[in-house]
Design a binder for this molecule. Sequence first.
Ligand code: IMP
Ligand code: MG
Length: 181
Amino acid sequence: MNHDVERVLLTEDEVREGVKKAAAWLDEQYKDCKAPPLAISVLKGSVIFFCDLVRAMQTPVQMDFMTVSSYGSSSESSGIPKIVMDLAAPVEGRDVLLVEDIVDSGYTLVKMRALLEGRGAKSFTVVTLLDKPARRKVDVKADYTCFEVGDEFIVGYGLDYAQQYRNLPYIGVLKRSVYEK
Ligand code: IMP
Ligand code: MG
């Protein structure tokens, strides 16, 4: 285990099981879709989850990426998510599947929803790997959540602190001493 990680919250096997269930749920949602949904990874946090999720799905999807930044290098959300890199594909008339790493304050999700619905998405479905409901500032919820977590700072499987720990294969709780020093 990485020495900055206090404890493992979800092992690789537990994560894999959660991803499989999310993929099955999505296949059911999209079973009558005529055109492939546009799956959007909110970078960078969701990229590892995204790659595993689309490969676990049977539904053909197209993929696109958007970089949204809200943290800088602190462990507190700034509340003002910034679009650093926009999508390549138009979303008008598309079934959009937004893939998030974690819903924390909810600001990012609210912003993404307004943006993509404003661009004329036909449907909008949000799947998140993690949800931290205790920290919510705005009333918003993903359509599907793989795992709920408590009010702790989480790293691994795509989630970072100051751009580190993203490639840990498990999901863990970061030691407070790492971000309180
Ligand atoms: P929001 O506060 O719901 O807008 O969440 C914004 C983003 O903050 C998420 O997509 C994550 O990238 C990041 N984030 C929130 N909580 C954590 C955490 O515990 N660990 C790592 N990143 C987090
Ligand atoms: Mg993120």
